[in-house]
Design a protein around this ligand. Structure first.
Ligand SMILES: [Fe+2]
Length: 269
């Protein structure tokens, strides 16, 4: 079945296929100023249900990791005062790219060049490519009941996610925009880790929204998930050079393997 991307994305509201227009420039400005470009209603309501059903059909292939880390995801302390390096918990699953339907709606979006080019434009990247990792190119984060992603700064400069399914309660995406490198950075991190809410922004989880987020400069977390309905968030990955992949250790950490799924291979004729 051929999938027409204009049936998935509301191109009248968000003409991402024409980056020379005012809309794309506004998105780029918003990202530059705040580290956030949030497009609510990016996926049409009529396509949202099909995407959700498609992803729900893959959830048995999610690999879960449950561990702790500090906000800087670093092994060694950055300075004598260690308070900003307290441990935070992360419990999240991920469905790898090779377990998503090759000819499905999510992959149709991911493989659509105008979307890639639009995101590269917003991020101000002269060269922009899809990630070439067989597991991590486009994956789906799965937060089940009790799931959480503790406060942290990302290692990568930006992340691109699609808000697909909200949990029954909890699971808010919270961030302190552009705090990294400021004079009050450690003070702010400490206050937030202590439960302080000053400067904390809660982004609405609106199913169908596209989020381009500069996670390296902004402290952020996913609050604990409540209820049986999983929070589903596809992650679209890109790189500034062609052919880029994750290291084997990253693959092992997020998906529990480094190569093709032996169960999938066993199913081949
Ligand atoms: Fe993150």
């Amino acid at each position: 079945m051929h999938i027409d991307v204009s049936d998935i994305i509301d191109l009248e509201r968000y003409p991402v296929n024409r980056i020379e227009n005012v809309f794309a420039g506004q998105c780029r400005d918003a990202y530059r100023k705040t580290g956030i470009c949030l497009l609510e209603g990016f996926v049409r309501d009529s396509a949202l249900e099909r995407l959700v059903v498609e992803v729900q059909g893959c959830l048995e292939h999610a690999f879960f990791c449950d561990g702790s880390h500090n906000a800087y995801l670093s092994e060694s302390p950055a300075c004598a005062d260690m308070r900003h390096l307290r441990q935070e918990r992360t419990f999240v699953g991920s469905v790898p790219y090779d377990r998503l339907p090759e000819y499905g709606h999510l992959n149709a979006l991911y493989l659509w060049d105008p979307l890639k080019d639009f995101i590269g434009f917003v991020l101000d990247k002269p060269e922009f490519h899809r990630f070439a990792d067989p597991l991590g190119a486009c994956s789906v984060n799965v937060f089940v009941e009790g799931g959480v992603h503790g406060w942290h700064f990302d290692e990568s400069e930006y992340t691109v996610t699609l808000m697909l399914q909200a949990p029954e309660a909890g699971g808010e995406f919270e961030c302190v925009p552009l705090v990294r490198g400021t004079e009050s950075e450690f003070q702010t991190v400490n206050a937030v880790l202590d439960g302080g809410r000053e400067n904390v922004l809660t982004l609405p989880f609106t199913p169908g929204a596209l989020l381009i987020f500069g996670g390296k400069q902004s402290l952020h977390r996913v609050a604990p998930i409540l209820g049986k309905r999983p929070r589903l968030v596809p992650v679209l990955c890109y790189a500034e050079q062609p052919g880029m992949q994750n290291s084997e250790s990253v693959r092992k950490l997020f998906w529990g393997r480094t190569g093709p799924d032996p169960d999938a291979l066993a199913g081949l004729p």
